[in-house]
Design a protein around this ligand. Sequence first.
Ligand code: MOS
Length: 684
Amino acid sequence: MTALDRLESREKVTGAARYAFEYPVDGVAYAAAVQASAGRGEITAVDAASALELPGVLAVLSCENAPRLSSVPDGELAVFQSRTVSYRGQFVAAVVAETLETAREAARLVRVEYASEAPDVRLRADHGGLYKPDKVNPAFPTDTEKGEPEEAFAGSAVQVDATYTTPAEHNNPMEPHTTIAQWNGDGSLTLYDSNQGASIVQDTLAQIFGLGKEQVRVVSPHVGGGFGSKGTPRPNAVLAAMAAGAAGRPVKFAVPRQQMFATTGYRTPTIQRVRLGADAGGRLNAIIHEAVEQTSTVREFAEQTTTPTRVMYQAPNRRTSHRLVRLDVPTPSWMRAPGETPGMYALESAMDELAVAAGIDPVELRVRNEPDREPESGLPFSSRNLVACLREGADRFGWAGRDPAPAVRRKGRKLVGTGVAASTYPAYLRPNRATARAEPDGTFTVRIAASDIGTGARTTLTVIAAETLKADLGRVRVEIGDSAFPAASVAGGSAGTSSWGFAVVRACEALLGRLNGAVPPDGIEASADTADEIKARDAYARHAFGAQFAEVEVDVDTGEVRVPRMLGIFAAGRIVNEKTARSQLIGGMTMGLGMALLEESVMDEEFGDFLNRDLAQYHVPACADVRSIEAGWIEESDPHLNPMGTKGIGEIGIVGAAAAIANAVYHATGVRIRGLPITPSCLL
Ligand code: MOS
């Protein structure tokens, strides 16, 4: 088993690794953005006079003078293209100045007037505007149905009918969404940008500014986190490019943390009703999972909240659905395991309620409902080791002999409980291209525009390339994070290593096939494209699975929940680099702990926009919140995936973690909390 530090770890800890904002660019100016103070309406006037009087201000941009963009694929990127305000906090103007301080001060002086109306920002299950979207992210059917779910549920010996809610949650990467934009003499555009896919930013910006793809270069070798919020280009890239054009200078723009809550994406709040009907032995006869979520008036984003329910358990009668309402809010988007994370919180909480109602151990209940094929598609699983994860986890956690009675274990002032939940995430694979070069000095260079957003992707790809080339790691250089390299898919959907690695393997194999004898002075290069091979794969249901266990202590006087222990056991195909894999998994589990107990974005129902402005108001777990947290995996060899046999590990760690904690809170206290986060006031 390989356990390697990140190859760039020394650069990162010494500050030598360059992030987007840090590129030295001659003559650079700074941008600061103005956010809408109306929740919905029209801009009637923009008065930039006092801002422009401030010494050092170079330009003020707004709907009144911004250049027309060529073609905008995502309404959130139509920066300053219209007088319409779609939500409070939307960017409505920007100042470019000699210094960041001047730009920020001038942004404060820009006066924008509105004809405004009261915004509609509250998600409710009885909202009159609820509708059925055509599909859910990225292209799943909105609703599915098999058998007679209502009748089967009504006739079931054991029933659970419960509604769970999750709040809006915000991706808060340490590095904000940042771009330096520079227009070159030949009309081309260079961006130093923080993103999860340089090729995607390149394509999108080329389209928006009416350029050829080859006229846009996006440089992003190091990225300080994204969690999905940098998976699609954000307004910062468009704003910086526009500002650089207006100022005739390169421009730096980083979205301040205070502005991220309105402008860089978030997880939709959800209201989910789950109905489970089972026989007295806990065998499911009906599963009904209905989700209500929000989108914006700018663009439709329909989270695939109930799709994991189509995968998890056997039951002849079943239905899943998604309903959406367009509110005057920013457009929700990807946040670590969009869909699976809130969906599995609800399903796995309901499974725990079923275990209690049927008097069956919750591990055993899940084992009893294990399907032999994917329940809705009927496809065989390429591999499915949920039961092995549950068994191994139960063993390591010390589950055997657990007393199911709630609220009976005391440790001083604390009530103690344990909980379990299952986890799943699809094993996606996207087409990619890569090149591999043999250099005359005996080293190899592999290039692909992949992104390392802190995951260790660069290191993992180097392991994969070295193995294929049968070369020592030290002889292999993997270059990523630059749109000048072969186009790559997004660092998202837990598909990075699998998708990029596949192309890297094929490029290295092609190179080996061409190596015979000495390498000429200009090297030998080979390239690969995996599109055809991926298209030709056999039909299988491909998913990773896992089992999450948690122990909680609940203070009977304050209602505070602490989590002394979390254990996750996963089955995710081959693990390429043990060290960075563990970091991904415990990172996901920690984020699940945040979801369970801390994270909540609060909408201002009168004025619109989220009230949270920083990490003092948006709580994420700190080291003191995370005590023993262990991730492990079972050996899983799956020949139906890709040449490496990997399933992806970026997201499965968060899935199910919140349910395991919520289930442990029930076991500790006897109180079933059906809305996250579980704050002290929920329990008092
Ligand atoms: Mo992840 S939310 O698929 O970037």
